[in-house]
Design a protein around this ligand. Structure first.
Ligand code: ACO
Length: 323
């Protein structure tokens, strides 16, 4: 039996820090409101000309270095993003070439909004378990600042930019015990960037072509769904919350994270939290949090991790992983 395991992690954040105080000057909001309702203090914003692929490349290089592998050793690159550089080539193809991976190796993007990394991880794990690849780069990278309406206080305060990556390798022991993906497309109006090639491209303005969200409804759906998903994931592996060492959640809102930790009966000390300093970086948030927890020594080899995300689509996904 072949499994996949994480052999390295890496991440990258743009240099530019945007504080809540700066947002006070843009929209009718306060640092206190943002912190109380979301837990966010600041976020990173890409520089002009800095692309999603740039963030992905930096994160991928760091992950390969920590796994001690070369780009030529990678068979598969799966990149979760909802803010690609361009329509095509996929950002994954651009990153494959820039990294110097083998021409002919597999590379593609996955669009699942904030669940993009969980989708990418699930696909890469299945490739490895079925013998389609021995080593995979799984990346989540986003330039969310480019799809924000900086006049909409309900959304512009929430998001940030960044990239995170893991190297997955074939192994005799898991690794990834199980991963679970879901989608329900009936909630499009609650969370959307409503333009693309087939509709709205010609009339997209700096305000109209941006993210819109009915935050409170998304919030309630997310809390309910994440609770169910945590149960599903533990039950699928005959495990209880006592088996889990760390919760590594998508970082959308500290109150959503607290609700999931409470459902698990886990202390917030067992939760990797980056939302205060990263905001919601969509597909990038879980690999960013994972890398931080590993590099600062909190997450140790052999420990059991529960990863979970919820995002536009709606999409949601989770994975139980022995690091
Ligand atoms: N500053 C001050 N007041 C604000 C702000 C702001 N930035 N934004 C909204 N308000 C106001 C509202 O207008 C409302 O005022 P009213 O009562 O006079 O009408 C009041 O604050 C309460 O608004 P709610 O929307 O009910 O506030 P809530 O507590 O739900 O917090 C938030 C809003 C932070 C957006 C929350 O709903 C949330 O985090 N939602 C989920 C986001 C998420 O997880 N998205 C999924 C992933 S994103 C992806 O997939 C790309």
């Amino acid at each position: 039996m072949t499994y996949s395991r994480i052999s390295g992690t890496g991440s990258y954040l743009p240099d530019r820090i945007m504080t809540n105080a700066e947002l006070e000057a843009l929209v009718d909001t306060t640092d206190a409101w943002i912190q109380e309702r979301t837990g966010i203090r600041e976020r990173r914003i890409v520089a002009e000309g800095q692309l999603c692929s740039d963030l992905a490349i930096r994160a991928a290089r760091a992950a390969m270095e920590s796994a001690n592998v070369q780009p030529q050793d990678i068979d598969l690159l799966v990149l979760g993003t909802c803010t690609p550089d361009q329509i095509f080539p996929s950002t994954a193809c651009l990153v494959q070439h820039a990294l110097g991976m083998r021409p002919g190796s597999v590379a593609f993007d996955v669009a699942a909004a904030c669940s993009g990394f969980m989708y990418a991880l699930d696909i890469a794990d299945r490739y490895i378990r079925t013998g389609g690849a021995r080593r995979a780069l799984v990346i989540g990278a986003e330039t969310m600042s480019r799809v924000l309406n900086w006049k909409d206080r309900g959304t512009c305060i929430l998001f940030g930019d960044g990239g995170g990556a893991v190297v997955l390798e074939a192994a005799e022991e898991p690794g990834i015990y199980s991963s679970h993906l879901h989608a329900d497309g009936q909630y499009e109006e609650l969370l959307t960037v409503p333009w693309g090639v087939s509709q709205g491209l010609e009339c997209a303005t700096p305000e109209s072509g941006k993210i819109t969200m009915r935050g409170n409804e998304v919030f309630k759906f997310a809390v309910r769904t994440l609770g169910q998903m945590v149960d599903e994931t533990l039950a699928a592996n005959n495990m209880t919350r006592n088996d889990v060492d760390w919760l590594v959640p998508h970082q959308a809102n500290i109150r959503i994270i607290q609700a999931t930790a409470k459902k698990l009966g886990m202390s917030m000390d067992q939760v990797i939290q980056t939302v205060a300093y990263h905001g919601n970086t969509s597909s990038a948030s879980i690999p960013l949090a994972l890398d931080e927890g590993i590099r600062d020594g909190r997450i140790k080899r052999g420990q059991m991790l529960l990863l979970e995300a919820f995002g536009g689509g709606f999409t949601w996904g989770s994975a139980l992983i022995r690091y």
